[in-house]
Design a protein around this ligand. Structure first.
Ligand SMILES: Cc1cc2nc3c(=O)[nH]c(=O)nc-3n(C[C@H](O)[C@H](O)[C@H](O)COP(=O)(O)OP(=O)(O)OC[C@H]3O[C@@H](n4cnc5c(N)ncnc54)[C@H](O)[C@@H]3O)c2cc1C
Ligand code: FES
Length: 296
């Protein structure tokens, strides 16, 4: 079973509403998009294209970390690190600057699944999980929030995560590699300790480095938990056209695609069942649908 599909996306001009330093090397950007922009689901993303003259040609994918609807606009929030030419140019934008936005794109987290929701963030992977925590709070469901990073200064968005989680009686669990905050160790070690105290089934929603997601996928498979993982890939179009963001499918997912194709007589139209497109089949994938031996 896959996560909910994106419904409609559009391309429009957005205005920078606010830009602020967010701790560590991170920034928070608020963009006002027109009110007819579809309200995104947690886990979805947009493509941000800078106005010419821009130092980069292609748009940059960015997870949506927050969405606030107002009478005449929808404000989308982004938590990002200026790591290269495109994101550094984004960080230089002043309030009022224009950015071209395409979205909301991709499939988000299936937050309505029955079970105990466990949100797991690694470093800047916290961005879509802040929005997931908001959505669960609106559903009046409490969640466990596991947050891991190399060191305490990289637990960006910690206060925001805490506010959202405790609002509904959920709990925050921290881990750092160097032990400077929370458990000395990683998020899978936290899951290991936490799981016996939670009502099964656990439904994990995670985002972070691929090595972390791979470890969560293996843990979930071994413990009979569901895991929904937000993946990244280098993207050009973000809409399934360029075929530039493939991720390797598991044997099980391949068989499902082939069976669905055979049943509909449309196998030749379904593309290569070996690969899923991160932008349209994801970015949120169920753990069992990817071949973790081949995920880079
Ligand atoms: C679905 C999705 C959601 C994302 N959400 C966020 C987010 O919420 N916050 C955030 O800070 N970043 C996010 N990213 C990553 C972000 O798009 C990249 O950091 C950005 O593309 C780098 O652009 P740049 O021009 O600054 O760097 P470039 O000059 O293009 O590259 C600089 C460095 O960044 C690395 N890089 C480039 N593209 C990616 C990528 N897609 N993923 C990881 N590393 C990359 C390059 O390998 C290089 O080391 C997301 C990526 C995807 C695919
Ligand atoms: S980015 Fe073009 S197909 Fe995914």
């Amino acid at each position: 079973m896959s996560a909910p599909a994106a419904r409609t996306w559009r391309q429009c001009d957005a205005r920078v509403r606010a830009q602020r330093h967010f701790g560590g090397d991170f920034h928070w950007l608020d963009l006002d998009v027109p009110p007819d922009f579809e309200t995104p689901e947690a886990g979805q993303f947009v493509q941000l294209l800078l106005e010419p003259p821009s130092p980069v040609l292609l748009p940059r994918p960015m997870s949506i970390a927050g969405a606030v609807r107002r009478a005449r606009s929808l404000t989308l929030g982004f938590l990002y690190a200026p790591v290269g030419t495109g994101t550094r140019a984004l960080a230089a934008l002043e309030p009022g600057s224009r950015v071209r936005v395409t979205g909301p794109l991709g499939r988000g987290y299936p937050l309505g699944r029955p079970g105990t929701p466990v949100l797991v963030a690694g470093g800047r992977g916290v961005a879509p999980l802040l929005m997931a925590a908001d959505a669960l709070a609106r559903q009046r469901r409490s969640a466990e929030f596991v947050f891991g990073a190399r060191t305490r200064s990289l637990l960006v968005g910690l206060d925001e995560a805490r506010t959202r989680i405790v609002k509904r009686g959920g709990r925050l669990h921290l881990a750092t590699d160097d032990g400077s905050r929370g458990l000395r160790g990683n998020v899978v070690q936290v899951l290991e300790r936490l799981a016996p105290r939670l009502a099964a089934p656990l439904v994990i929603h995670a985002c972070g480095p691929h090595a972390m997601l791979s470890a969560i996928a293996r843990w979930a498979t071994a413990h009979g938990a569901e895991a929904w993982l937000a993946m990244e890939s280098v993207m050009a179009c973000g809409t399934g056209v360029c075929r530039g963001c493939p991720l390797p499918c598991s044997a099980q997912a391949r068989e499902r695609v082939l069976a669905a194709g055979a049943a509909s007589g449309a196998a030749a139209l379904r593309g290569n069942p070996e690969w899923a497109m991160c932008c349209t089949d994801g970015p949120v994938f169920e753990a069992r649908d990817l071949d973790w031996e081949r995920v880079e």
